[in-house]
Design a protein around this ligand. Sequence first.
Ligand code: GLC
Length: 399
Amino acid sequence: MSAGDPAGPTRLVVLDHVARLSGAEINLLKVAPKLRGFDVTVVLAEPGDLADRLRAAGAAVEIVPLDRRAADVAAQQRGIAELLRGGLAFLAYGVRLRRVLRRLRPDLVVTNSSKAHLYGAVAAALARVPLVCHVHDRLTGDTYALPALLLLRAVFGYRAAGLIANSASTAATLPARAAARTVALPCPVDEADPLPHRPSDTVRFAVVGRISPWKGQDLAVRAFARWRERTGQEGRLTIVGGALFGEDEFGDGLLRLLDELGVADAVDVTGHVMPERVQEVLAGTDVLLHTSRIPEPFGQVVVEGMHAGVAVVAADAGGPAEIVHDGVDGLLYPVGDPVELAAAMERLTASPDLRARLAAAGRETARNYAIPAVLPRYEAFLRRVGGRPAPAPSGVARG
Ligand code: GLC
């Protein structure tokens, strides 16, 4: 334990290389400002929405810019020269962060993104602070090229004092030798009450998430076209999300697909939006489609959809398969199969009763992901790995 009052708040420094609001960053925004008994400073490698919103929520934020070369090394990088350049830049950044850690004197360093796991491991080792890696991506060849996979396995297996995986499915991809130090904790659902549902005569589908080939928005479009053809209904599909990490080519292809399939008139494409706008879209959605073609690590939008009282259809893999109970609080379909997805859409539109029943049960399920249900589990784990004693309940003196 580091300096300071041993019974005072546990000091956390959270590291993330991204300040755009992508999944892991949205989760950080929900959790970090609300941890009780923790004094949190978030150190980001770029300015952006996450920094602004964390500050607005009362969290301390520092920006320590990361060298562009390191910021640009993709998880899928295989070229030796790029890897070496990136590796050196990470090392240099880790050394720089050691000074930041020396000043902030945290009890624990928590890393929240793949790059942060790497440079954070360097910084935490140099500053002799225990490291907790919050893992938001499944550690498999689907997500990472071999060099990144091996480096992350080494950090998780040999350096991390604790690992938080966002689902059992993500946890199962982590090194076996880290199993005893790993906990699977879900992302909590947004705290605000959902907006009132806006009724409509037309059935409205939505798919929400970063525009990326693995998120499978093209599958949603194909299934929607098939659903229209088979049911003869108009319907609308809203595609919410932006190509945040340079996947514009796939986004362009998606627009072409809308024309090819003759559904462009029935599809709204919003681009990247802020979380509040997602809530608005959900309030005007009857069926939420979750279409990832590789196992989704967690899938925050699935619980957000359930919370908003929308019937959910999700690919039967990864986090969504842990969240959704097929036929009870949503429907699951075989991963990557637009024909089966369209069949599930048909079932739901043929029976408004089924839709209402699944949506109501989904709302109940979403309660398990409410902040008061989830946050104490984060607090307990962090405290167990490197924290100070829990604060006494108010009014009770500690001896
Ligand atoms: C990543 C994962 C997503 C998860 C989020 C929060 O964005 O891809 O499945 O919901 O992190 O853990």
